[in-house]
Design a protein around this ligand. Structure first.
Ligand SMILES: Cc1cc2nc3c(=O)[nH]c(=O)nc-3n(C[C@H](O)[C@H](O)[C@H](O)COP(=O)(O)OP(=O)(O)OC[C@H]3O[C@@H](n4cnc5c(N)ncnc54)[C@H](O)[C@@H]3O)c2cc1C
Length: 231
């Protein structure tokens, strides 16, 4: 999941203002402890960081050995088609392990998110109960940090440009990200209604253009309602 520079800076500033020190230029060389409790994380710089809590994040590489041993095609995960079917027509794969053709990323990719795992399960259930269904759900993600709720609809991994609507006094913003003039992603802060509208609009074929979004008074919720009424 990519987060663009503006939300990254916003969250960095918000945490700094709350007295949290973020250190991006350090690497942990070792944990110093007495066998029952970590006393300090030792940075490569030589600095000691006494912790309240140590969180260790590991395991970003997919383990596809089992699938490979079962003769399933694997690249960055278990390869599946748009119906989530593997190279063996009697085997399907969903969730973190499945590398599927993602129309939002424009390439085959794996998504590690609850939304992806749950929506792929719903899609595959339809196929297995007699209604062959392609996986086409718009991806979405969230991160709740204190009073700040960042919600992201779509994928914006590729180079693109963005248009921002913001209301700093209400601690709200929406960033509309485009690739080739096509809306690919909406990052919104404390704006759940915009996020829901973004998910609807990305899943549809009628997305707002850059000039729609820059027009005075543009509101994504109104845009989706008007498009629905036209159907
Ligand atoms: C710390 C952490 C925080 C996360 N936070 C978020 C978040 O905030 N938002 C979000 O959207 N996503 C989050 N995720 C990602 C999300 O949890 C996963 O994308 C989601 O759980 C994937 O579902 P899944 O069913 O594909 O895989 P899993 O939930 O990993 O389920 C796979 C299951 O298969 C079992 N299994 C593995 N190998 C075998 C085997 N050989 N035989 C039998 N069983 C086996 C495993 O034990 C496991 O129960 C987080 C993940 C982690 C680790």
């Amino acid at each position: 999941m990519g987060v663009s520079g503006a939300p990254r800076r916003y969250f960095t500033d918000a945490h700094s203002a709350a007295g949290i020190r973020l250190v991006f230029t350090e690497a942990v060389a070792a944990l110093d402890g007495d066998g029952s409790r970590v006393r300090a994380a030792l940075g490569r710089s030589g600095e000691r960081y006494p912790p309240d809590l140590v969180v260790i994040g590991i395991g970003v590489e997919p383990n596809s050995e089992l699938a490979t041993a079962a003769d399933l095609a694997t690249t960055t995960g278990i390869d599946v088609d748009s119906y989530l079917r593997t190279s063996d027509p009697h085997v399907w794969a969903i969730g973190d392990c499945a590398s599927f053709p993602c129309r939002y990323a424009g390439t085959a990719s794996r998504r590690e998110s609850v939304q992806n795992a749950v929506d792929q399960a719903w899609t595959l259930a339809r196929t297995l109960t007699g209604t062959p269904t392609e996986y086409r759900e718009a991806p979405w993600f969230w991160s709740h940090q204190g009073s700040l709720k960042l919600q992201i609809a779509g994928i914006a991994d590729q180079p693109d440009y963005s248009i921002t609507h913001s209301d700093p006094t209400a601690k709200k913003f929406s960033i509309f990200r485009f690739r080739d003039d096509r809306l690919t992603c909406v990052e919104s802060l404390n704006s759940p209604a915009v996020h829901l509208a973004a998910r609807r609009v990305l899943a549809s074929n009628s997305r707002p253009s850059p000039s729609d979004v820059t027009a005075t008074g543009f509101d994504l919720k109104d845009f989706t309602s008007s498009k629905r009424n036209q159907v």
